[in-house]
Unconditional design. Sequence first.
Length: 239
Amino acid sequence: MTTMGKTTAPASARAAAWAKFLDELDWWIEQHGDAAVPQAATSRLVDGVPYPLGRRVRAQRERHRRGTLDVERARALEARAGWSWDGYAPRTARVWQQRLAEVRAYVDAHGTLDGLESVNAPAARWLRDQRAAELTPAQRRELARIPGATTERKSRLDEFVAAMRGWLAVEPDRDAGDVQFSTVYRVGRASVPLGKRVAYWRSRYAAGRLTAGEVEAIEALPGWSWKPPRRRQPAAQEA
């Protein structure tokens, strides 16, 4: 009986400690949205002392790496939102959210992704990578909320050419050379910042970043010029 008592007591204590760990981890997820717990993070008070949740998370990862973590416990952790066996993954997730916020802020300020590369090249490279990456459903939804974020550049060129031709159709007395930086083309409830997009494609051409096919498609627009139009001088008044 004594031997059984000695065996049962530690097992019971370990079970209680595990239950407390999961309870605190679930609290963290409820507060922060995922299980990306920094190593130095603590959670609620337990016996009057902040619970060292970050250290406990690291301990479970180390047990898993050594192969000493119970399979059922490993599954229980993997079922938690944002759990990762790699301590670097949470940092990667934070970088993903940071880049997403930068792209979203640029679109909010400019109304388009045109010109992002010249202002924030790392964010532009990140965005190109995401279009080819295997994203989670949640990441795909977040990216899709940003207009143009999931569209490849070739498709964006097609959209630009279509918008230009639409504008030319409703402005029969003008050509592509008449587009000003402030020109906006409205299609139903949507607004296309046509002038900004013209400036974007000109800048890419000047930097040598367009393919021969892209150059040909744009130059087919009536009146197109790679040089911005000069400001019109006011007509001289007769004496």
